[in-house]
Design a binder for this molecule. Structure first.
Ligand code: MG
Ligand code: ZN
Length: 162
């Protein structure tokens, strides 16, 4: 059976996006119900993978250890609820400072990396994000992209008839 995945953007989907950057754990506020919804997807057989642009790194607004600390915290919260995120992939680049890369969404490199690393089936997977570039990245990788409103939390499987 092919392994399906739910790819999730981070800021504005799992945690509250204030409109610029989530620079450290103190600024990382998980949206109401987001973890419960993620567990529903996990229980429905989807591997969970985070795909996030973190251009604040290129801009020197925060450091990799800040990002890693957020992701460790998030993954720990999931484990405590009985499910897991496979991996949090992030792009640390920004065109204006580090030059162009293939991993910043709408680039699809991080999604493709995850598909390969975890043996995931693109055609039965989804990517949920709050920006058109999330959908564009997904579609380049052959994954269905779902645009959701910012800061409302991920859609549930039932919302999509899955
Ligand atoms: Mg976002
Ligand atoms: Zn990049």
């Amino acid at each position: 059976m092919s392994q399906k995945a739910l790819f999730l953007d981070r800021d504005g989907v799992i945690n509250h996006d204030p409109g610029d950057y989530t620079k450290n754990l103190d600024e990382f506020h998980i949206l109401d119900g987001a973890l419960e919804t993620m567990k529903e997807w996990f229980d429905a057989g989807y591997k969970l993978v985070i795909i996030t642009n973190q251009a604040g790194l290129a801009k020197g607004l925060y450091e990799r250890h800040d990002v890693d600390r957020i992701h460790q915290y998030l993954m720990g919260r999931c484990v405590a609820m009985g499910f897991r995120i496979e991996e949090c992939f992030y792009c640390p680049h920004h065109e204006g400072t580090t030059g162009r890369c293939l991993c910043r969404k709408p680039g699809s490199l991080l999604i493709e990396k995850a598909l390969h690393r975890y043996g995931l089936d693109a055609s039965s997977s989804l990517m949920m994000g709050d920006k058109p570039r999330d959908v564009d990245a997904a579609e380049k990788a052959g994954v269905r992209g779902v645009l959701i409103p910012v800061n409302k939390g991920p859609l549930r499987p039932a919302d999509l008839g899955l």
